[in-house]
Design a protein. Structure first.
Length: 431
């Protein structure tokens, strides 16, 4: 391998890298441009993210206030007088007991190049509140729906057995006006079955810091690998059951501005995964070309830059096929097909150059390691970098051991036709 050929191979590598960056950008564009429209379609079809708030209880307390009124008569004289009026001040009545249950069942749905975390939730809540001693008149108990984009089957909302009137708008919620005696206790019951997307949250209050008394929330899931979003409270107890978990939150007297939430597990998304594999492709090709150059020097396989051009094109075929197969096939099947096609292209081509055995063992084996295995490492989030690093270090070790006694000055001076000899047997090279 002469220096001029090395520069030619480097130029081919650079051109292929540009093509990969263009392909990766197109995959990102296809994914991003469709994400908003598809997520809206999934939301309208299935339902949006749920943010369930506790029911609110309020009472309008009449209060006498005195206001100063400024009046101007016909002659322009300004007079002031005191006017007493009655206003109604809305006071909140806290919940003294909460027993909440939420059962989540995960069902991923795919649209385009993305998977969406859709779920079914069965929600049941039993609450109790106590009216203050000075309450006289109706008490308003209101319930907000967690999402205006969802449907609510088997919905019920009662206060001391009194049913709520039918809801006319989901974003306004429902409410009940009930007459209660001072210092009286009342029970609230609410329940429904609905469907949501991505996250499920429970809020103690609409906003700000809230005080929670005698609170218990039990959640069951049929999935694992969930997460708790930032700003949420971790469960007090976690018990694994079958394929899912039973989570429990219990508080006697909590003062907090946080809420309870669960982020459902994400499925491997074909679009972003394919983009990451494509952008990493130049690294795989660099390892592949480096090994072929070293093996060419060691095994006297004289590859022309045009050979490297077609080999690079075969590498590119893997990512090109993968980018468009994932639109129609499962990501694992698409990956297997693209890998088979690319390795077949490389082996069937190099068998014409150096024979089937060398093509299969050297080129096919090297491609399998640096293209297939390195790319498949992206399927395991969190371990990709470590896998590639270990592979790179092992490759460096093997190449150093194989080429430690190579006469590189003789190789570059005479090309790949030069004999590879141990350094102590090589003729002295005069300047």
């Amino acid at each position: 391998m002469t220096v001029r050929r090395l520069f030619a191979v480097a130029f081919i590598f650079g051109c292929t890298a540009v093509a990969w960056f263009a392909l990766g950008a197109s995959v990102i564009h296809r994914t991003g441009s469709s994400d908003y429209a598809l997520s809206q379609a999934v939301t309208h079809l299935w339902g949006g993210a749920h943010g369930q708030a506790a029911p609110t209880v309020s009472h309008q307390l009449p209060r006498q206030v005195t206001e100063e009124v400024i009046e101007t008569d016909e002659e322009g004289r300004v007079t002031k007088r005191q006017v007493e009026k009655t206003i109604r001040e809305t006071i909140s009545i806290p919940l003294v007991r909460s027993r909440v249950r939420a059962d989540l069942a995960l069902e991923h749905r795919r649209k385009g190049l993305l998977w969406y975390d859709t779920y079914t939730v069965q929600f049941r809540g039993r609450y109790r509140f106590r009216t203050p001693d000075d309450v006289a008149g109706p008490v308003k108990v209101a319930f907000k729906f967690p999402s205006s984009d969802s449907v609510y089957d088997d919905f019920s909302f009662r206060v001391n057995g009194q049913e709520a009137p039918p809801a006319d708008q989901l974003d306004r919620g429902v409410w009940i006006l009930t007459e209660l005696e001072p210092a009286a206790e009342a029970d609230i019951e609410v329940g429904y079955t609905s469907r949501g997307l991505d996250t499920w949250n429970y809020y103690f209050a609409a906003g700000g810091v809230s005080t929670v008394r005698d609170f218990e929330l039990t959640m069951t899931t049929d999935f694992g690998d969930f997460d708790f979003p930032p700003g949420t409270l971790s469960p007090i107890n976690k018990v694994q059951r079958d394929q899912g978990w039973k989570l429990a939150w219990q508080f006697d007297n909590l003062v907090s501005g946080k809420h309870i939430g669960v982020d459902l597990p994400n499925r491997l998304n074909p679009g972003p995964l394919t983009a990451r594999i494509t952008f990493f492709a130049p690294v795989s090709l660099l390892f592949f070309v480096t090994v072929l150059v070293m093996l060419g020097a060691l095994k006297h396989i004289n590859l022309h830059p045009m050979h490297y051009f077609f080999l690079s094109a075969a590498f590119f075929a893997f990512h090109l096929l993968l980018a468009y197969l994932v639109d129609h096939l499962d990501i694992n099947i698409a990956f297997a097909l693209a890998s088979t096609v690319s390795i077949t292209l490389v082996v069937s081509y190099l068998r014409l150059v150096c024979g089937l055995r060398r093509a299969l063992f050297y080129a096919g084996g090297t491609q399998f390691v640096f293209l297939v295995l390195f790319s498949y490492a992206f399927f395991f989030e969190g371990y990709t970098g470590l896998t590639v690093t270990i592979g790179a270090v092992l490759t460096l070790f093997v190449l150093m051991q194989l080429t430690g006694r190579v006469d590189w000055e003789g190789i570059f001076a005479r090309g790949t036709d030069a004999m590879v000899r141990p350094l102590e047997q090589s003729p002295e090279i005069t300047s």
